[in-house]
Design a protein around this ligand. Structure first.
Ligand code: SAM
Ligand code: FES
Length: 348
């Protein structure tokens, strides 16, 4: 049955549908129409990016976090998490190794760790940008004030990743403790954009309590925000969180949402995430074949990899950065793509 093709064609031509139509697509699509949609998404990515996949070297520099998100393995209340933070020297070593391997974007990601004060972050950002002026620097360190975001931007940070997690207020409150608010998360995103960052938002597919309506609202919110990057991956439970017994998000649904996003935002930077590679051995390849165009392999030292455990069974925690890059290069080659040595900026 190919009954949703007119809707998919309209999504492609108008890059938008109504909330009700998105729900129809998310709940009623046949296997055949999913294939049709993913092929269109793949062609759209090919048109804008060719067969080149951008890479970002992810440096998970601290797993201390003041927040207590119910889904997250490094949440404050997980007293069994083994905490670490990397020194400036260790972070610069990661960049050095990454640069030699061909990375031209570094992503500093961590929990919301008060030990990394604004001054320390500014110093770190300046040092990285001085040492690697041809590289882009992305921050992913959570909710901060406008002033802090501005300081980091002035110090040289180029991009900021902050998934909005869910656009629906009621759903947000089911995933987070009361002190965390959907409005604040959204405020941060609009401020980051106003300051001039290339901004990434996103959410987990299959998060507990998520409905098709919630995902449709996420799509509408993303259209309103119009980010440069969109990070989506399946929710995967972590055994030491309140959501330990919840079902993970599925690959099928994640690939469908990736395809929809590519048709909504033909030029957006869209990663095939590590979480997608965790729920299926070929998850990242299938993500690329559904319209994704970015991979974010890990550059963190192998000694800390397992400690940045957001969810169970995370892949690539034992491999050196070089092994990860060559493994991904091989995987991409097998499906007709290649890793670019490029900053991979958003091109309007
Ligand atoms: N602290 C920063 C922040 O809040 O944006 C960055 C780190 S946070 C761990 C990065 C992302 O990991 C979150 O935005 C969330 O979507 C994702 N994440 C956390 N727990 C997860 C889980 N159990 N399954 C899949 N993704 C998860
Ligand atoms: Fe802070 Fe997950 S709760 S990074």
């Amino acid at each position: 049955m190919a009954e949703l093709r007119p809707l998919i064609d309209r999504l492609e031509s108008q890059q938008m549908l109504s909330k009700k139509e998105f729900v129809t697509l998310l709940t009623g699509i046949s296997a055949e129409d999913t294939k049709y949609l993913r092929e269109k998404a793949r062609r759209a990515a090919r048109k804008h990016f060719g067969n080149r996949i951008y890479t970002r070297g992810l440096i998970e520099f601290t797993n201390y976090c003041r927040n207590d998100c119910y889904y997250c393995g490094i949440r404050r209340s997980n007293t069994r998490a083994c905490r670490y933070r990397l020194s400036k020297e260790a972070i610069l070593d990661c960049c050095k190794a990454g640069y030699a391997l061909g990375f031209r974007t570094f992503v500093l990601q961590g929990g919301e760790d008060a030990k990394y004060s604004d001054d320390l972050m500014v110093d770190l950002i300046k040092e990285i940008k001085k040492s690697y002026p041809d590289c882009a620097l992305t921050l992913s360190i959570g909710e901060k004030s406008y002033e802090s975001y501005l300081k980091f931007y002035k110090a040289g940070a180029d991009r900021y990743l902050l998934r909005h997690e869910t656009a629906n207020k009621a759903h947000y409150s089911m995933l987070h403790p009361p002190e965390l608010k959907a409005e604040n998360r959204k405020r941060c995103l609009f401020e980051l954009k106003e300051i001039g960052y290339q901004v990434g938002a996103g959410f987990m597919v299959g998060a507990p309590y998520q409905t098709a309506e919630d995902i449709a609202e996420d799509l509408l919110f993303l259209k309103e925000l119009s980010p440069h990057m969109i990070g989506i991956g399946p929710f995967i439970p972590h055994h030491q969180t309140p959501f330990a017994d919840r079902a993970p998000g599925t690959m099928k649904q994640t690939l469908l949402v990736l395809g929809i996003l590519r048709l909504m935002f033909p030029k957006v930077l869209l990663p095939a995430t590590t979480a997608l590679g965790t729920i299926h051995p070929l998850g990242r390849e299938k993500g690329i074949l559904s319209g994704a165009n970015v991979l974010m392999p890990n550059l963190s030292p192998t000694t800390v990899r397992k400690k940045y455990e957001l969810y169970d069974n995370k892949i690539c925690t034992g491999d050196e950065a070089a092994e990860c890059r060559s493994c991904l290069a091989r995987r991409m080659q097998e499906i007709g793509y290649e890793l670019a040595v490029d900053r991979g900026d958003y091109k309007p």
